[in-house]
Design a protein. Sequence first.
Lengths: 310, 714
Amino acid sequence: MARRSERDSASGVESHFRFVDPKVLARIANLNLLARSVVEGFISGLHRSTYLGRSVDFAEHRAYMPGDDIRRIDWRLFARTDRFYVKEFEADTNTSFTLVLDVSRSMSFGSEGLTKLDYARFLAASLAVFSQKQRDRIGIVTFDEDIVEFVPPSAKHLEIVLHTIDRASAQKPSDYRRPLLKVAEAIHRRGIVVLISDLYDEPEAILDAVKGLRYKGNDLIVFHVLDPAELRFPYAEAASYQDLETGEAVPVIPEYLREEYRNLVQEHVRKLTRTLGDNQIDYSLLDTSTPLDYALFHYLATRERMTRTR
Amino acid sequence: MSLLAPLFLLGALALAVPVIIHLTHREKKDVVAFPSLMFLRKIPYRSVRRQKLRHLFLFALRCAALVLIALAFARPFFESSRASAASTLGPREVVFLVDHSYSMGYEDRLSRAKAEVEGRIQSLGGEDLASVVVFSDRAEALNQPTSEKEVLRAAVSGVELSARATGFGPGLKLAKRILDDSKLSRKEVVLVTDFQRLGFEDEDDDVWLPAGTVLTPVDLSSKVTENLAVTGLTLERDEVSGRERLTASARVTRKAPPESGPLGSRISLEIDGRSLQTKPFELAPNSSVTLSFDPVTVPAGEARGAVRISDDALPKDNAYYFVLSSGQALSVLSLEEGARRARRSFYVERALEIGDRPSFRTESKALSQLRAADLDGRDVVILNDVPALPAAPAALLSEFVEKGGGLVVVLGEGSSRSSFTEASELLPAALGGIVDRARDWGGTLSYLDYGSPVFEVFNAPHSGDFSGAKFFRYRAFASPPNEGVLARYDDGVPALVERRVGEGRVLVWTSTLDTFWNDLARQPVFLPFVHQLVKHGASYAEAASWHRVGEVLDADRYLQMALEGEAAEDDAAKRSFDIVVTAPSSRKIVLPRTEEKALLPLEEQGFYEVRRARTGGGASSASAAVNLDTAESDLSPLDPEELVAAVTFRETATAAAAGAEADESREAQEGRQAYWWYLLLGALLLFASETLLSNRLSIAAGGKAILKTTTPVE
């Protein structure tokens, strides 16, 4: 099943037509609705139930849906009602799922209407909703140069998490080391930690910041969110480029340094992949034009892998 | 260093434009928000200081080129004082142009002119050459270029007022010739005049002084001028009770400032030095009046007359002279034959009765009664349609014509082919038959020789029309003459033919002078035509009452006209006597007999006496009155700058006034030094270097550049 899931996820990345464009999703004001739209669409595309719980604790009955395992049909209830019902059990994952969302000012950049922070918020909400469906305990930490908000993981914190995500706004410059060390100290129970950030720091510094989380036994997934303009640097006019976080301005003639810039970004990504991978930290680069489903596939695949290896 | 056109330096302000644009453009440039400059800062770039230095050098090159251009237009030069310039630039060739036209007689202009020139002669350098040229409407150099101040002073002191009008052209042309001949490099013309506007004609624009010549005008004109002048005279003569009377009308003009009031003066008429009439008059400024005197009896013989007004600041134009010669009368004898005698001469006699300048004394006689005594004192004989000319009268008439008499032959019904067989040498050709044009309603005169004295007066438009006259019959010649045809009919047959015989002439009119063969006698042109015909036959010429200064008088011809009432032809025999002329200034001029023509240039105002230097009885002298060119009476001045600008080259240093000489010499100095040329060349070289340098920098940049204006973080 895990193999099939990987295959699906791989095919999902290649076929963009299945997924909803994040810019279209941005029209949905309600973050909860947005996340559910993404997650439900994602799940229905899997052709099987995502209820993976193997607990014996009965939770509820629900109508049989195509794709449900027929072994879970409650035949007794069928005999009484002449309808197919499936027995629901409480999932036994009981995993803590903590979102660590970068809300530094650099996240407010967006070249095509959708900012990185928007994309990160959609992604975080989708992951939260998805995890809720997995019966995980959900928490969130937003940070810039320090921790902005901290919602500890809990099975009942979905709404709070979604509100927190909704309120997130980019205000201050970023720092990784101090807030992430604080997060590592604040999370006592091992779980899955998803870091969503644009990672504007040297890979070594980022590793230094996140390794506290990793060393405490958390499974760490890093979503590196970048705008397409940050990757391709498509500008033509010579202009003064201003750092969103420091306010510093630099006059730049793009045509002279585009190639060099792209090389530097690719090198940065390569370094991050290698550095984080070496420390069993899952890393994924997402640009804001990438459909959110892809992130969910990636997450699911990673989680499966973690479950298998755990 | 000085600048001739310092305002052009403002052009250097244009340097600020690119700088301002650059600065303002930088301020307005869009700022692109970017998440992080982490990668951009990692890209190597040239340091701010080095980049700025390199561009500043280019910028300085461009600025320097622009500054050089602005400086070139400002025409810089190194000023040197006049004294040092004189010492370093060498001696001068100076021409003093002194106006001695009669307008310089206004107040003390001429003496001021002399004083001015003498002052300038004093300031001449030891090696300077100078010449004094006097000019009016002609110019004369009083000395060869010399550095001797005594010679120059003597020339200046000898300058006298002439009777001529002002004309700048001749003086400037002579000055130009002197300067052209000079080997000295520095040339100067000092123009001392009252700058009369009338003296400056359009053709004077063609006079260009040599390049580099300094023209210094010395203006002697007065701001306010008041002048009264006799500008014209009309003499009308008529006969009353056998005595000739003269009515003179003089035109008086006053030029004065408009704000001045009317001026009262007196005008008098003098004959032979005796004032006959005096009249008071009053004249407003800038106006003219014609004042007529009462008729006076013309004295016998020649009389000298003048019209004078009271003296004013310019006395020369206050008199107008004239000569009255006693009345001339042409004696005409009309010879006829046959039954219709009286009728034939009726129109001719009536026409000749009317003439007064000259008057005609007409007498009729039968041809058969002609005696030799009848021709004594005759000017013209008219053979009016005689049937035949016998040998005796033919001989008399031939002799008469040979001696200078005039014979007018009129052909008509009475004449025939053989009428003049005895006097064929008088006619230009043998007579032919009668041409009858009655059937085509008469012929007309189609050709008139307007060059001949007979038809000369009809030449001007509206001066007489012969085309209205119809000629129903006329007599042709057996063989048409080729020469002397003065008029032809529309079929080509000669109408009037002239033939010179001895000193006289024969005129043949091939139709009648009454209304029998034509209706010319009823046309308005008949009377003047007959007058001209007889006057031409008599070779009549009238002496003019006055001449104008500057004219040339043919003294011999003038004497003939004045004394005999006729003028010799051009091919007349060489005269056998000297002519002595006494000018108004009592100067005697002898025109020797060896000279072909006794030509006398009239240079003075007043009366010339022209006399034949030969013994013998009878009058042998005549007077000629000479008047001024009255245009000179208008003293309106011209702006000296206008004249200076018209006759000097652009690069010629000019001096609008004596005080402005320094400014003008600045221009001359700048023109000589011409630093602007080198500055422009320098600017060109700078631009070339800038192009080379910027190209090299672009290549060296290798397509990569980042300009950084803020302090690098790293």
